[in-house]
Design a protein around this ligand. Structure first.
Ligand SMILES: C[S@@+](CC[C@H](N)C(=O)[O-])C[C@H]1O[C@@H](n2cnc3c(N)ncnc32)[C@H](O)[C@@H]1O
Length: 652
């Protein structure tokens, strides 16, 4: 006889198995979209055979199952489509013991060859897929993929976690347990979603970080290059004619050159068009201000006439000047008034960098509530810091509407600590002076080798014969995806962390240093979302060994604590990457007992790196890692992460 608990467990297991089978069944899930909350009600009972006849069965009491299965959630949890499975194939599991390291998932995932397979094989797979061929192999692989995906899309890779051996210093360790097991909901079909303040804000941050400036002077100058325009519009000039001679063949590289030139030209035009769009919205916002002022003026000079009449008179005058009907102009003013309100709350930077999304936002006026506008108001200084430090010439546009073009925030974007309540940004240095009057911080993009220790050698270098295998082509092979790596984008096939490696241009990651309101001094905030597996940045600093000489500085910085300015990894010869005086934004990442990022190692070309990888970071949230027990053990400090599952809070 089963105990009550055993009965409950058994019932649940069988119900889960049924639900699991449903996810694997070949069901046309899209057809369920017409129902609001489709579900299946399953009634089942356990029976035992009575005699020799298989038909004679008696129900077992207490072992009946009555279960309602929600098909909406089941639909989202079902195995990935074939297309997705192929896209994921490059991250196949290796046979080595797993560590739980996040396998990179780029923001723009490009399918490449599977681990250990050639590009050709991958290409063939994709081709087969596109043709809808359903071979046994691909079915099996899909099944394998789906079981991997069922554990959340975070799959183990071959990389070991950073193991910290040095017991004399306080260190961070990468702990990879407790990954959230959520998966992003798939969009089935095309859903029109209303514009929201979130989308608008994300759009502004993206535009600010995409590397396309808005300098009106530079753009107009470049667009006037006459030869480009002439060539760009007549590509057929360079098409090889039938029976073309060898000498003509030598000119066939001209289309290549032509293509490159046209690409540059096209980029400039796109950039110019965006700049013009920015000019358009700021001028329209300003026009609304002048419109209101004029109406007010008329009211002042003729108070007997009602405001409505004055307004109408101005409208008639303007619609004739624009050449539009009064109704048309009224509709436009409604949208332009939205631009003005965004400018009033978020400042001119919000308007200049809002991009195309702003039109929809203002047309449908979703998100103009007081709370959303307050959010925008709080963001204003942060937007201006980003605009001034990353696109210093943006303020030139403001001259068009009679505003001062003088930059307010200079230096590196992370020289400023922004406040979430909209207060003025604080110079970074100022936020550490109370612990260290000599505090200086140099922002660097790549680690610096401590020459006094390593001489001319880079201790991160790994022997090509040990791990990063060289091939005949002399390109290095990625240990994660097995594709060839190169700094030359044309040759590179490894897209593991495309925002960091293998691309020609790097754009600054959308993060800012912010003032924590709860005593942790500064922290790092994500301005846009980083999907699970995407790199936020590389952990860079001074690559050194032993920190005895530097301890006094660290100790005096109090909240920076002695050893958190460094991460220690026993990767080959690297001893320490010290971020006390130079480094990048990763230095501001705080600890959380429920972290949304982690550090892991990655070898690019022949050099080992430590990367801050997202475990699923939402826009507008603090980026945190779990410093681990090694850091907290014996530390006279309480954790202020504020999570429900906090392990190191004194109040526990
Ligand atoms: C790498 S720094 C992070 C940035 C730091 N908050 C700052 O302002 O420079 C690590 C230090 O931040 C503080 N810190 C980080 N996470 C914390 C937490 N959860 N609770 C309390 N203090 C924390 C500690 O003082 C720690 O030594």
């Amino acid at each position: 006889m089963l105990s009550e608990e055993e009965t409950v467990v058994l019932r649940q297991q069988v119900a889960n198995a049924i639900a699991d089978q449903l996810t694997r069944a070949n069901i046309d899930w899209a057809s369920l979209d017409q129902f609001s909350e489709p579900s299946v009600h399953i009634e089942a009972e356990f029976r035992e055979r009575l005699g020799a006849s298989s038909a004679e069965r008696r129900p077992l009491s207490g072992l009946s199952i009555s279960q309602v299965i929600d098909l909406t959630s089941l639909k989202l949890a079902r195995p990935a489509s074939k297309q997705n499975a192929i896209g994921q194939r490059r991250y196949q599991r290796r046979s080595e013991p797993t560590s739980g390291t996040i396998v990179p998932l780029s923001r723009s995932c490009t399918p490449v060859a599977s681990h250990g397979a050639s590009n050709q094989a991958s290409h063939d797979h994709r081709k087969q897929d596109a043709m809808g061929e359903n071979s046994e192999t691909s079915d099996r692989e899909d099944t394998e993929n789906s079981s991997r995906m069922a554990i959340s899309g975070l799959r183990p890779s071959c990389c070991g976690m950073l193991v910290v051996e040095d017991n004399t210093q306080r260190q961070m360790e990468v702990v990879n347990e407790n990954f959230p097991k959520r998966r992003k909901a798939e969009v089935v079909g095309y859903a029109i979603k209303p514009s929201t303040m979130d989308k608008l804000i994300t759009g502004i941050w993206e535009q600010l970080h995409n590397g396309m400036g808005v300098d009106p002077v530079a753009i107009l100058g470049e667009l006037m290059t006459p030869s480009l325009i002439g060539d760009a519009i007549s590509p057929s000039l360079y098409l090889p004619r039938p029976g073309f001679s060898v000498s003509e063949m030598s000119t066939t590289s001209r289309p290549g050159r032509q293509f490159n030139d046209t690409t540059i030209f096209c980029r400039k035009v796109t950039q110019a068009s965006r700049t013009c769009r920015s000019v358009e919205v700021i001028v329209q916002a300003r026009w609304v201000e002048h419109f209101d002022t004029y109406v007010e003026h008329l009211r002042g000079s003729d108070p007997k006439t009602s405001s409505t009449k004055h307004r109408k008179a101005v409208l008639v005058e303007a619609s004739s000047a624009f050449g539009w009907s009064e109704k048309e102009l009224r509709n436009k003013i409604a949208i332009w008034r939205g631009y003005k309100e965004i400018k009033d709350a978020g400042g001119w930077a919000a308007l200049v960098f809002a991009g195309m999304g702003i039109y929809r936002f203002c047309k449908y006026r979703v998100g103009f509530d007081t709370e959303s506008m307050q959010r925008l108001r709080n963001l204003r200084p942060a937007l201006e810091v980003a605009a001034d430090t990353m696109n210093p010439s943006w303020r030139r546009l403001l001259s068009i509407v009679g505003e001062s073009p003088v930059t307010k925030y200079s230096g590196h974007p992370h020289d400023w600590v922004i406040c979430l309540d909209g207060a003025s940004p604080i110079p970074l240095r100022k936020t550490y002076l109370q612990w260290d009057p000599h505090f200086e911080y140099k922002h660097i993009e790549d680690s610096v080798i401590d020459q006094s220790i390593w001489g001319g050698n880079d201790p991160r270098w790994t022997s090509p014969f040990s791990q990063a295998l060289t091939r005949g082509s002399r390109l290095f092979t990625c240990q994660d995806c097995a594709n060839e790596q190169s700094d030359d984008p044309k040759q590179n096939c490894c897209y593991c962390f495309p925002s960091l490696f293998g691309y020609a241009t790097l754009t600054p990651p959308p993060v800012q240093v912010f003032r924590t309101p709860d005593g942790r001094n500064n922290g790092l905030i994500a301005l846009c979302a980083f999907e699970r597996g995407a790199a936020v940045g590389e952990f860079v600093g001074l690559i050194t060994k032993g920190l005895t000489r530097r301890r006094p500085h660290g100790e005096r910085t109090g909240c920076l604590t002695r050893w958190l300015l460094l991460i220690v990894a026993n990767i080959h010869l690297i001893d320490k990457i010290w971020q006390g005086r130079q480094g990048n934004f990763t230095r501001f990442v705080n600890h959380s007992c429920n972290a949304n990022a982690q550090y892991q190692r990655f070898t690019w070309l022949d050099t080992q790196r430590i990367i801050l990888v997202s475990k699923g970071i939402e826009a507008g949230t603090e980026i945190t890692v779990d410093y681990s027990d090694k850091y907290w053990r014996g530390l006279d400090k309480t954790c202020l992460c504020g999570k429900r599952n906090c392990r190191y809070s004194r109040s526990r």
